[in-house]
Write a protein that binds this ligand. Structure first.
Ligand SMILES: Nc1ncnc2c1ncn2[C@@H]1O[C@H](COP(=O)(O)OP(=O)(O)OP(=O)(O)O)[C@@H](O)[C@H]1O
Ligand SMILES: [Mg+2]
Length: 338
């Protein structure tokens, strides 16, 4: 289980004056401002859960993950990973978790991948059967053998990411933090990584916390979603619940007989305040309506009363539209406090 209670991380950012003298001046001046990257975040991810931690660039996701993995100390608040406080109990926490930072390698830069794995095996004291089982799985799903004996620094981004994901899981950790684990991967490899993550979750009950800008990752893997904006969690719940926060809903219907499509559109827009209707292919009509003003029941009731319906569907709002509305809300940069 992962718990965050009012977690805060502030960074001191020193003011730099322009030019070389300005840079030198920065060395001596104490003039700074505080940037609040994570601003009182609270959430709970149950053991065995698969949570997406999503938000716009700079929302505070990686900073939160760094606190949960023990790399950074919270400014205030508390976090617990399987009952351990990561920053205070770094070693015990490290044995219990796996981490991938897509933007930064955890592997030994100058060593070939197989050597990195041998070192990790020793560090984590991975029992032989576990090591063999996991390596067989990674070979099968990620085609690890293809990486050969090339040093990590010479691997392509996609090749390195495969090794990173495998390395994070080698010791069967109870909790895995994946910060953009599919960055730079092609479609086939993305699929493979998603499959691997779902596999370890199903087989071993591994708790997953995933950060990604790839909607496909989120929908393929996660059963709950945490949306963070400007350092605060603005939504926690299932994907379905997040989608329900969409302020516009749609109904697509088909009818026979009267009235004409033009008349139908005028009729709908005249009666359902705030709704807009448009013809779509196949002689159907789409109605977008504000969810706050009208319930689905009211809209359906109206359509049934005025049209002889032959088909009618209410498509789910899509995640991209919902996220775009959250991300482009007022002021997306973290507040400067001082
Ligand atoms: N070491 C640091 N010093 C100063 N500011 C930092 C530091 N690390 C992060 N920040 C700031 O904190 C904010 C949150 O950064 P963070 O990396 O957590 O965002 P993120 O949600 O992971 O973004 P992305 O989607 O781009 O990876 C940003 O405004 C960033 O500039
Ligand atoms: Mg990040």
């Amino acid at each position: 289980m992962i718990v965050a209670e009012n977690l805060v991380k502030e960074f001191k950012v020193y003011r730099r004056r322009p030019g070389l003298l300005g840079s030198l001046g920065t060395l001596f001046s104490r003039e700074h401002r505080l940037v609040r990257a994570v601003s009182g975040v609270s959430f709970e991810i149950p053991a065995g859960g698969k949570a997406a931690y999503i938000g716009a660039n700079g929302a505070g996701k990686s900073t939160t993950v760094k606190m949960l993995t023990g790399i950074m100390r919270p400014t205030s608040g508390r976090c617990l990973v399987s009952g351990l406080e990561p920053y205070r109990e770094r070693r015990r926490n490290a044995a219990n978790i796996g981490v991938v930072f897509g933007q930064r390698s955890q592997l030994w830069w100058d060593l070939p991948v197989p050597d990195s794995f041998r070192i990790l095996r020793r560090i984590h004291e991975v029992p032989d059967p576990v090591y063999r089982r996991n390596m067989a799985l990674y070979r099968e799903l990620l085609d690890l053998d293809a990486l050969g004996t090339t040093p990590v620094r010479q691997l392509s981004l996609g090749q390195r990411m495969r090794a990173e994901v495998a390395a994070s899981l080698l010791h069967d950790p109870a909790v895995v933090f994946l910060d953009e684990p599919t960055v730079g991967l092609d479609l086939v490899l993305k699929e493979a990584v998603r499959e691997l993550i779902n596999h370890v979750n199903a087989e071993l009950g591994t708790t997953i916390m995933l950060t990604s800008h790839d909607i496909g990752d989120i929908t393929a893997i996660c059963d709950q979603v945490l949306v963070v904006n400007r350092g605060e969690v603005v939504h926690q719940g299932t994907m379905r619940e997040l989608l329900r926060t969409a302020d516009t809903r749609a109904v697509v219907f088909e009818y026979q007989g009267e009235p004409s499509p033009e008349q139908a559109i005028t009729l709908i827009e005249g009666h359902l305040e705030g709704a807009s209707a448009r013809p779509v292919e196949g002689g159907r009509i789409t109605v977008d309506y504000p969810a706050r003003r009208w319930s689905a029941r009211q809209v359906m009731g109206f359509l049934l009363e005025h049209f002889e319906l032959t088909d009618c569907v209410a498509p789910e709002p899509d995640l991209e539209t919902v996220l775009r509305r959250i991300y482009t809300g007022p002021d997306r940069t973290p507040e400067a406090l001082v």
